[in-house]
Design a protein around this ligand. Structure first.
Ligand code: ADP
Ligand code: MG
Length: 398
């Protein structure tokens, strides 16, 4: 789960990380009032969306950048007016962008150096890892690609935690003098504590700024939480913002479906994560692109099947649906009933390819046949995938 920058900086600040003064505003008037209350003479106005790359982004109406530095409270108001209610597009939002409902108004910091600092879960070592670079700011992706030696990765033993020598090593790599390690080390320990205590999958501070006055301040913050641990953190769950989520993901979560939206046009309904992955691979191998990963699971009820099928039908990018079920605990006749119920209330708009095997397959096929639904049957896996690809591209001869 993602949260907004203004929420992330509150959490960092409570953990002991210095952040610039500021507050969130939902209207242009509020934004101006916040600016007037800040004891400074230049301000930053930042669009709040669940995506990075805002500085280099643009709004759908052509207005440039989701991060503006301005001199007066009146200008803060003008910028906020442009941003709130607008949609920001960055390289992380996809072409449709994300809606801006609030802005963070803060004091502008005099930056001497922009550093990069993140703590993420590293799959290869199975440990948290600190990722640090002196070349922080808006070009970090380029640094990672072109100058990997400018990035330090320090693996933390989860049982031992961040060791003092590791905090010093990272701080020195970040260019702090050996006489000035206290502030960055304290910050690293605070960020690591937050990462562990809140079950984060990512704490990213980019830029971590060294100010002209020598302070170390988090100017941007992105926190990501492990969904499977959210039940332990009611206070984090409350930070959820549905306006920033893919509506397909929201509908799936409501029905406890394992669903991930993808970019293609073939909707998939499969039981079992392994078969679902194999189905995506086969669609790809047959020259098509899946619109989603959807594992209805072994113990799916008829209502869940109906909800899953409705979800695929409601997705306007879907041009064909491939139902690939290997009946085990989930019986094929129950699946057929769920599909039929979904199609009764919502007549099929696109071709549906069905491959059923396993428990109660005969009853399932019979139910589907008698339903009179215009389904395209398939026996084998590859055959099903090929028929789905042909149907999605509008080819005859299926
Ligand atoms: P994003 O990563 O989404 O582009 P950032 O919050 O990192 O957004 O802002 C982009 C750039 O704007 C930063 O790299 C920094 O140079 C500048 N910036 C951000 N916040 C401040 C601030 N409070 N004072 C001065 N400059 C800032
Ligand atoms: Mg940033």
């Amino acid at each position: 789960m993602n949260i907004h920058e203004y929420q992330a900086r509150d959490l960092l600040s409570s953990a002991g990380v210095a952040v610039p003064r500021g507050a969130v505003a939902k209207t242009a008037e509020e934004a101006e009032a916040i600016a007037r209350s800040l004891p400074c003479n230049s301000f930053v106005v930042k669009a709040q969306v669940h995506a990075g790359g805002r500085g280099k982004g643009h709004f759908v109406d052509g207005y440039k950048s989701g991060v503006h530095l301005v001199k007066t409270p009146h200008q803060v108001r003008e910028v906020a007016k442009h941003m709130i209610g607008n949609t920001l597009i960055t390289h992380q939002t996809g072409p449709e962008g994300k809606p801006v409902h609030s802005v963070l108004v803060g004091e502008s910091t005099e930056i001497a150096r922009e550093l990069y600092l993140a703590i993420v879960l590293d799959r290869s070592s199975g440990c948290p890892v600190i990722v640090a670079s002196q070349q922080g700011g808006m070009e970090i992706e380029t640094v990672a690609e072109k100058k990997p030696e400018a990035i330090l990765r320090e693996v933390i033993h989860p049982g031992l935690g961040l060791q003092p020598y590791q905090a010093r090593k990272v701080s020195i790599f970040l260019g702090f003098p050996s006489t000035g390690l206290r502030a960055p080390c304290r910050l690293l320990h605070a960020a690591y504590r937050l990462f562990i205590e809140k079950d984060c999958s990512q704490v990213e501070i980019n830029p971590l700024a060294v100010t002209k006055g020598g302070d170390v301040v988090a100017l941007d913050a992105k926190l990501n939480f492990d969904d499977n641990a959210l039940f332990r953190h009611k206070e984090i769950q409350d930070l959820q913002d549905p306006s920033q989520e893919d509506p397909r993901d929201l509908a799936a979560a409501e029905h406890h479906l394992n669903y991930i939206g993808l970019e293609g046009n073939i909707g998939c309904m499969v039981n079992g994560a392994g078969l679902a992955m194999a189905t995506l691979d086969l669609i790809q191998a047959a020259g098509g692109k899946p619109a989603n990963f959807l594992d209805v699971g072994g113990g799916a009820s008829e209502a869940m099947i109906t909800a899953a099928f409705r979800l695929l039908q409601a997705d306007t990018t879907v041009q064909a649906i491939f139902v690939n079920i290997f009946g085990g605990i989930l019986k094929c006749d129950l699946l057929a009933q769920g599909m039929i119920a979904a199609c009764r209330s919502n007549p099929p708009r696109v071709p549906i390819i069905v491959r059923l095997q396993g428990t109660n397959v005969e009853q399932g096929r019979k139910l589907l046949k008698e339903s009179g639904l215009p389904l395209i049957p398939a026996e084998g896996l590859l055959e099903g995938a090929e028929k789905a690809v042909a149907a999605a591209s509008g080819k005859k001869g299926m």
